[in-house]
Ligand binder design. Sequence first.
Ligand code: RIB
Ligand code: CA
Length: 313
Amino acid sequence: MARKIIIDTDPGIDDAMAIFFAFQASQLEVLGLTTTFGNVSVDLATQNAITLTEIAKVNVPVAKGVAVPSKIAPRPHPDFVHGADGFGNIDWPAPKGKAIEKSAAQFIVDTVREFPGEVTIIALGPLGNLAKALELDPEVANLVDEVVLMGGTAIEYGNVSPVAEANIMNDPHAADLVFTAAWQVTMIGLDVTHQVLLDNSVLERIKKANPTEGGFLYDCAQHYINFYSSRFDMDGCYFHDASTIAYVMDPSIFGVELGAVRVACEGIGIGQTIFAPQGMTFPEPHWNDVPMTQVCMEVDSKKLLALFETTLS
Ligand code: RIB
Ligand code: CA
């Protein structure tokens, strides 16, 4: 039976790669997309999520979520990475469809209650919707199969500060609630996503094999690859979010370490995911009695890229 998933997202070019990846994967059943601010405003994220369902001709609900962080002031959207439109400034026409009435948090709660123990939440942006779902119905933490999130970093440098990754930095308070709730969390952070380089040779082969989704991703990715090649002299880009889909399809692609994760919510270290490996104790009590998170530290990059290419082709 296909694994039921909800994708919480701020599309976003690598979000688009992840969402098309999930739509094409026969092992997965996407029950809906929930949207958040992050790469773009939540209104544009919602419009972009609907666009992706229409391009892929997949009829799943899109529920609009949080517009701002739960406590900190909003940070500017990184249009230098994803473009002002979130799709690399390709001026794609507005979608025909509309979001459902229900909020993202309410959709998450209702869907998890409809399928207790069966739903995996895949989070690709800031974590405000997941925090709101916990606030709406704390029991949800015991009814979710797993939370698999792209975010954070344990020992790799951050991408918005030396210690902080963008999704966590965009709402550190929500992230800390997610990492300390009773559900099973798997963190797919920069420790692994910075080991996987997606280049145009892969995107060109996917475009040839699948002109619809592949053509769209190829066009979006040029702005994204230009950012990475100009800023980091890379011949390609990190496709962070797609790693979560590869994980739920084949966890053996990743090596995990167990430990407690807490998030710094103030000071110059704000947004840092601070990882205390299982079995290590410290005089500071913040990591005591915190559920174990599976933190991905190794990845078989070749296997991940091959799974992405074959699934999308
Ligand atoms: O740091 C990378 C993450 O931030 C990805 O999810 C990307 O889409 C942005 O949301
Ligand atoms: Ca994202």
